[in-house]
Design a protein around this ligand. Structure first.
Ligand code: PHE
Length: 383
């Protein structure tokens, strides 16, 4: 009898250990490790640092409330400098050395597109807060994002040009080597033409270029009402400056990459419009609470990247709690059940793991202190 009881006791302990092992996937370690790949240095470092800081803010809040599955969440952050090869190195390091099963990142579409297949192949759940290129979630069932897609932004800005600015002639100046820029160009031009407009000039450059005068001369000769600039704030601020110096008076339009433009560009950027994932001025309780907490901790107003990073961390960690594990095969199902309002809007996922959410149109204006800021113009819902 005694022997039987001891045997039973041993069995119970073995089963309990096995359950803990299976549930955590790493033999009962006392933290949940999450990998983060962000461009915290390099040409879009304003984006990357804010996104990383917001992810950390979310994780610290969650840890202060007891963590996830009773464990503290530990972030392992890698900087890819917005270089797709370094994004791949970071993924391999996180997978092999740190043995994470969930990665938040990357920041820009070209970097994320460089690792989606590898993440899927290694069985890692990859969740990008910010990469909008349509193809990002095509690599498989373990790739998710919390931002809208480029086809939506391109379409919204073309429609805005025609319906709100009464434009009939558009020009586009884009980076021919960047997936984000080419994808946006396609959706903007297709919608502009479908709605009856004419694309009078399409000019391109290569990433890293700093002189756009030759292209601007050609665009000026075509006399467009609007000029679409699908690129990030650093390049766009140079283009706007050179365009205005040449006397091009078209209204300029852009995508989410323009966020931070107000901190970079001069007065010549005033009067142009872009779409974004949120407005820090929105009259919404969740937005205002997030803005207050972020300002309190980091001393600046969070940009859209920060809001998306904060949401991504909450969406993924809440799904791990629901799933009872960070095993990607179980977690992906829990993620698909997401149905809740976050800072950047209400999130549900479609069958391709893309959220269905609205975009905010913002105008670049001069604030009372003379500095550039954005003014909320309106919201556009997906059809
Ligand atoms: N959407 C951009 C990309 O895919 C990144 C970005 C997100 C830029 C949010 C600004 C704001 O590359």
């Amino acid at each position: 009898m005694k022997k039987k009881l001891i045997a039973l006791g041993v069995l119970v302990v073995v089963v309990a250990v096995a359950v803990i092992f299976l549930a955590t996937g790493r033999g009962g370690s006392d933290t949940i490790k999450i990998g983060v790949i962000m461009s915290t240095s390099g040409p879009v470092s304003h984006f990357g640092t804010q996104c990383r800081d917001a992810i950390q803010l979310a994780v610290d809040e969650i840890n202060a409330r007891g963590g996830v599955l009773g464990k503290q969440v530990q972030l392992i952050v890698e900087d890819d400098e917005k270089n797709p090869e370094k994004t791949m190195n970071a993924l391999v390091k996180l997978a092999t050395k740190d043995k994470v099963r969930v990665v938040l990142g990357a920041l820009t579409s070209d970097c994320t597109l460089a690792i989606t297949q590898e993440a899927q192949r290694r069985g890692i759940l990859l969740f990008t807060p910010t990469s909008t290129n349509d193809a990002v979630t095509d690599a498989g069932d373990l790739i998710f994002r919390s931002c809208f897609k480029d086809s939506f932004q391109g379409q919204v800005m073309a429609q805005f040009a025609i319906e709100n600015l009464n434009a009939t002639k558009a020009a586009v100046l884009y980076d021919m080597n960047n997936d984000y820029s080419t994808g946006l160009t396609k959706s903007f031009e297709e919608t502009f033409v479908a709605l009856g407009g004419t694309v009078v000039a399409t000019e391109s450059y290569a990433g890293g270029d700093k002189d756009f005068n030759a292209q601007i001369t050609k665009i000026k000769a075509a006399d467009p009402d609007v000029l679409f600039l699908p690129d990030y704030y650093n390049t766009v601020s140079l283009i706007i400056n050179q365009a205005r110096n040449q006397g091009l008076d078209a209204i300029m339009l852009g995508p989410d990459g323009w966020d931070e433009l107000v901190g970079q560009a001069g007065e010549e950027a005033v009067g142009n419009y872009f779409c974004n994932h949120y407005s820090p001025d929105a009259d919404d309780e969740d937005v205002q609470e997030f803005v207050r907490k972020y300002r309190e901790r980091y001393g600046i107003t969070p940009n859209a990247l920060a809001a998306l990073g904060y949401d991504a961390a909450y969406i993924v960690l809440e799904a791990i709690e629901r799933a009872g594990t960070d095993d990607p095969q179980v977690l992906k199902e829990a993620l698909m059940e997401t149905n809740k309002k976050y800072v950047t809007g209400h999130i549900t996922f479609d069958e391709s793991h893309n959220p269905v959410k609205s975009t905010t149109i913002l105008k670049v204006v001069q604030g009372p202190d003379g500095r550039l800021t954005t003014e909320y113009v309106g919201m556009v819902d997906p059809e």
